[in-house]
Each structure stands twice: as C-alpha cells, then as structure tokens.
Design a protein around this ligand. Structure first.
Ligand SMILES: NC(=O)c1ccc[n+]([C@@H]2O[C@H](COP(=O)([O-])OP(=O)(O)OC[C@H]3O[C@@H](n4cnc5c(N)ncnc54)[C@H](OP(=O)(O)O)[C@@H]3O)[C@@H](O)[C@H]2O)c1
Length: 328
C-alpha cells in the first residue's frame, strides 16, 4: 500500500476549515497544511497570544494563506457558545470541522462548568461546539466532522456512575474515558447523520504517538500513578507532530476517507507511520453506550442537536456503519 502524504491534499481553495487547538502540536501542523493548500483556516484556540503566534508562524511560511483566529475555551461552555456565535457572524458555512484540541492531566481539575477537565474539554466541549456549528456544516455539501481520538481510548470505560471521576482519579483513566467518548461520539454522529440523509460525514482518527506538549512532559506530581509515569516516558516511540497530523488531514480531505471510519498510523502498535484505516475497541462500537453518552452529553451541555429535514439528499453508499455514504 502506498503511503498517503500531505502532498496528496487537494486544492482547498474556497473551503472553510476550523481546527480546534490549532496553536500547538498536531493541531498546528494540521492547520498549517490546510492553510498552505488554500482553505480559509480558522485557528480555534483558547489563548489569544498563543493563537496570534501560530497565525504569524503560518503566515510567515505561507504568505498567501488565509488564516483567522477564533477564540474558544472548550473548558467553558459559555465560551463555546460565544465562539459559535462569532463564527456565524463571519461565515455562512463550514466545510470541515476538526475537533483536535485535547488535554491529558496528571491531577484532577474541573472545567468552568464543574466537569472533570479531560472529559469536559476533550469530549463535552467538542460535543457542544459541533452541535452549535451543525447548521453551518449542513450548508456545505459533503461537510466533514473529524474527531481526534487516541489509542488511549482502550483505557476507557465511560464511568456513568462517576462520570466526573471524583473517586480514584488517574491521568490514564480520565484521558481514556474522554478519548473513548470521542470515538463513541463520532460513530454515533455518523449514524444520526445517516438518518437525516445529509451529505455530511463524521470521521474519527488518531495520531499515534506524537512528540507534542500533550504527552512528553515529565510528571512532577507525586500523585501521578506508575502507569501515568510510564505513559509520559514513551518518547522513543513518538513521531513528529507533522506526521501525527496526517490522519486528521486524511480524514478531513482524502476522497477515500469514509464516514463512520477511524484512521491512524499504519506502523507498529499504531504509533508511527502513514495513515490507514484502523480498528477500535469493541466498547467504542457499543451503540447503546453511545446513545446513553449522547443523551448525557446533551443534558450536561444543554446543546441539543438539531437535525433539520434533509436539504441535500444523495444516494446512499456503503460505509463503516452499513448504510451511509462515501465522502467526497
Ligand atoms: N501527542 C500524542 O501522542 C497524541 C496521541 C493520541 C492522541 N492525541 C490527541 O491529539 C490531539 C492534539 O494534541 P497534541 O498532541 O497536539 O497536544 P498539544 O500540543 O498539547 O495540543 C493540544 C492543543 O489543545 C489546546 N487546548 C487544550 N485545552 C483547551 C481548551 N480548554 N480550549 C481550547 N483549546 C485547548 C491546546 O491549547 P494551549 O496551547 O492553550 O494549551 C493546544 O493547542 C488531542 O486531542 C490529543 O488527545 C495526541
């Protein structure tokens, strides 16, 4: 199988793409390559200075690129609502949303709304943002919603009896729950999209192990578990953030990427290499679990997905979940 590289990205002129967590690591590289290929690229970031620095770096490398900052703190639902409203004042439609931002936290903390911070940021923040941008996505034929998960989703489950992990918090437990939630969300979103007949697709991906701010910081807290410490020291397996961005780019723009699928590196343990379609845990495909998580997420965020009548029906084609369509 030949390697899919960023050189295979199509011309993205005329497209609008929003990348969360675009100021560092995988999100920065994803946004940079999207902007380099002509899309209007919105850097959705929480810190104005870090966002402006990322914008400057992209423009320095690609002076003709169209890049804008959209401030959003995914750990604060009022900020997510403001960001979605700000987006609506600037753009009518959104072609690709890349739910990339993420945290992995060695000690428990809470979002502005009182949710455990990994679950609140990685899952609930993106759940709310996607729901609020659904109308703009519906206006773009063949829109895609890419959600970045992790091999760490296997550290799930979703602890519905202690969703905010008030008991027995560990970094991997919290991160695993949030990344399993990312996958359950993406698969369930695809199923719901298919029922509407929209031409939109929800596609999941993971970057493998990438050398970014997320993972490769020494644990400083005595409360970090041994598993947390081991996870932090896996640097020897890591690839560059640029390579880690390829699954997101493939999911967002390859004509071969399909709704309901999951893409990640093809190398050893899925940690390194060029993107290919990959499998995920049995739990991530549990439709009843996904439906429960959806209901809980709507209740917690108070963002209820509005799937209006289909306006862009296309003939259905085969997808991962059986009845959907191939994306273009
Ligand atoms: N690196 C890996 O090996 C690896 C493996 C599997 C999955 N992933 C996933 O890849 C994605 C990108 O992570 P990365 O490795 O590139 O890490 P990173 O360099 O730490 O980037 C994370 C990005 O998310 C942003 N972010 C964090 N909290 C936010 C919030 N409340 N609101 C808005 N933005 C927020 C960060 O902004 P600040 O700079 O302001 O903090 C940063 O831009 C994450 O979803 C992560 O789970 C990474």
């Amino acid at each position: 199988m030949s390697a899919w590289t960023a050189a295979q990205l199509p011309d993205l002129s005329g497209k609008t793409v929003l990348v969360t967590g675009a100021n560092s690591g995988i999100g920065f590289e994803t946004a940079r390559m999207i902007a380099a290929n002509g899309a209007t690229t919105l850097l959705a970031c929480r810190d104005p200075e870090r966002a402006a620095a990322a914008e400057s770096r992209i423009l320095a490398a690609h002076p003709d690129a169209t890049v804008e900052v959209l401030l959003v703190d995914l750990a604060d639902l009022s900020s997510v609502r403001r960001a979605a409203a700000a987006f609506a004042t600037r753009r009518d439609r959104l072609d690709v949303l890349i739910n990339n931002a993420g945290v992995m936290l060695q000690t428990r903390s809470e979002t502005a709304d009182g949710f455990e911070a990994s679950f609140g940021t990685n899952h609930l923040g993106h759940f709310a943002l996607t729901g609020l941008l659904l109308g703009a996505l519906a206006k773009a034929p063949g829109a895609r919603i890419v959600t970045v998960s992790s091999t760490g989703h296997r550290f799930g489950p979703i602890a519905f009896d202690d969703l905010q992990l008030e008991n027995g918090y560990t970094m991997l437990r919290a991160y695993g729950q949030s990344k399993l939630a990312n996958l359950l969300f993406s698969y369930e979103l695809q199923r719901r999209i298919e029922r509407t007949g929209w031409s939109m697709s929800a596609i999941a991906c993971h970057p493998g192990g990438a050398n970014t701010n997320l993972v490769f910081v020494e644990p400083t807290d005595a409360r970090a578990s041994w598993q947390d410490r081991v996870a932090r020291r896996m640097t020897f397996l890591a690839q560059s953030a640029r390579m880690g961005a390829l699954p997101s780019l493939y999911a967002g723009f390859s004509p071969d990427a399909v709704g309901g699928a999951y893409y990640g590196p093809r190398g050893l343990f899925g940690w390194r290499g060029y993107p290919k379609r990959v499998g995920s845990s049995r739990r991530s495909h549990d439709e009843s679990l996904a439906a429960t998580l959806w209901d809980v997420s709507e209740a917690l965020t108070r963002v209820v997905y509005d799937f209006p009548a289909a306006s862009m029906r296309e003939p259905l084609r085969r997808t991962e979940t059986g009845t959907g369509r191939r994306t273009h």
